[in-house]
Design a protein. Structure first.
Length: 156
């Protein structure tokens, strides 16, 4: 189970006890916000794409959406999400629990600037009923991100 991999990942930093598990689903931004008790925009959604057949993750604020022109400008290709049934194979987590922690080695992680406006954010933790509260510096550290990018729209 992916949440066990995420717990094991955070154990090396003595952070596994900060993972929140809920009795209800947190698979969508709205459900996660209810479970956590925050505004939907503070939920970090982690979206999976293929760029030249290589998987990438983009973590962005819950109220943000991918801007196709910005995506094309950054990655020189059209935004192509990984098909639902292949996400776990490419990333290591199933849809609903995708996060930038304890993922497969060949996956690059990008953080969208829409996250920078918050003191803390809530990405998933590998399952459809989990999250972890992180500061922006913690997200940078534990996600092993490649770079900050400006690829989202509708959040400003």
């Amino acid at each position: 189970m992916a949440i066990e991999k995420v717990k094991e990942y955070f154990k090396q930093f003595n952070m596994e006890k900060r993972i929140l598990e809920f009795p209800t689903s947190s698979e969508t931004v709205e459900l996660a916000a209810i479970a956590v008790g925050c505004e939907p925009k503070q939920i970090t959604k982690t979206m999976s794409f293929l760029v030249e057949e290589k998987p990438i993750l983009i973590a962005m604020a819950g109220d943000a959406r991918i801007s196709n022109p910005k995506f094309r400008e950054k990655f020189n290709t059209k935004a192509k999400m990984i098909p639902f049934e292949q996400v776990e194979e490419y990333i290591g987590h199933a849809v609903g629990g995708v996060c930038p922690f304890a993922i497969k080695e060949n996956v690059n992680v990008y953080l969208d600037v829409s996250l920078k406006r918050f003191k803390t954010i809530f990405p998933a933790a590998g399952s459809g009923n989990s999250a972890i509260e992180l500061t922006i510096p913690e997200m940078e550290k534990y996600s092993n991100y490649v770079e900050w990018i400006d690829i989202a729209k509708d959040w400003e």
